[in-house]
Ligand binder design. Structure first.
Ligand SMILES: [Zn+2]
Length: 287
């Protein structure tokens, strides 16, 4: 039996070496790009008996098993290792998330927004619940379809480039980060050592917690910690919100949105000069 990947036998790969390997492999399985992976020694541990960074690659559970069943030869793994799936495309391959039920909770910092599948009261029809909207651009919203919950999250960097998107439960992240880890149910994007760009915890079937990091849109900067959400450009703080059954949870933006009536929390800013400069403005209702 090949036990080259047994961590008890091989001992732990040093943390910094792991990060180098993750980045080199595009933060996913080198064959298919899947964000959940294992470290694989391309030369058996029993032969090398040391960790050589260039001889370790990332494989998802499925492709790892294929290697150990002799269905995926090392020569082909090496080919993928030299041209990892995600690096070519600049982003991870989509990973499905699984949500269901009639209630959904999004926590941003320590603010809780709970949506349910009741119809919109005025028109008596079901509309998506938007739990975070900035400049009339939906950032986090959900749809209830039968028993399934479809979550969409679009998070941008300071240049209005998407760093992470979940479209109807399909998660994709851009691979241009210093590090990305997916430990248990927590996805962390980092721009440097201990510099977290984004920390998200997925708790299916009905909860997502954005507990750390920065969210940008159109030069507006939000800084999130477990204690609060700061609107950096305007010295605003949002904390201790518990909002339920509002079709829009938190709105931060340049103008009031007509559909905001009944929204639980509204902040309106017109002083655009306090924002960071951006070349491309993301227009309202960008889908
Ligand atoms: Zn794979």
């Amino acid at each position: 039996m090949d036990n080259s990947c047994n961590e008890q036998v091989t001992r732990e790969i040093p943390a910094e070496m792991k990060r180098t390997i993750r980045k080199r492999c595009g933060f996913g399985c080198v064959v298919c790009g899947h964000p959940i992976y294992e470290y694989h020694h391309m030369i058996e541990w029993s032969i090398v008996k040391e960790h050589k960074e260039e001889e370790i690659t990332l494989l998802c559970d499925n492709h790892h098993k294929q290697v150990h069943k002799n269905l995926l030869p090392t020569s082909i793994v090496r080919k993928f290792n030299s041209k990892p799936y995600n690096l070519d495309r600049g982003e991870s391959s989509p990973m499905p998330l699984y949500f269901q039920g009639s209630l959904f909770k999004v926590i941003i910092g320590n603010n809780e927004y709970i949506a349910d599948d009741s119809p919109e009261p005025i028109f008596n029809e079901k509309v998506p619940s938007c739990l975070l909207m900035i400049d009339m651009v939906p950032i986090i919203y959900i749809k209830f379809e039968d028993d399934q919950i479809l979550l969409t999250i679009k998070l941008y960097d300071k240049n209005n480039k998407l760093v992470l998107r979940i479209i109807d439960n399909e998660l994709i992240y851009s691979t241009g980060h210093w590090d990305i880890t997916f430990i248990k149910n927590r996805l962390t994007l980092l721009e440097g050592k201990r510099q977290i760009t984004l920390g998200i915890e997925f708790s299916p079937p009905s909860q997502v917690h954005v507990y750390n990091g920065k969210i940008f849109l159109n030069g507006l900067e939000l800084n999130i910690t477990r204690h609060d959400l700061k609107i950096v450009n305007y010295n605003g703080v949002v904390r201790d919100n518990h909002i339920r059954r509002s079709k829009i949870g938190l709105y931060i933006g340049i103008e009031p949105h007509p559909g905001l009536m009944g929204a639980a929390f509204t902040i309106i800013y017109t002083d655009l000069t306090r924002r960071h400069k951006v070349n491309n403005w993301i227009p309202p209702f960008t889908e």
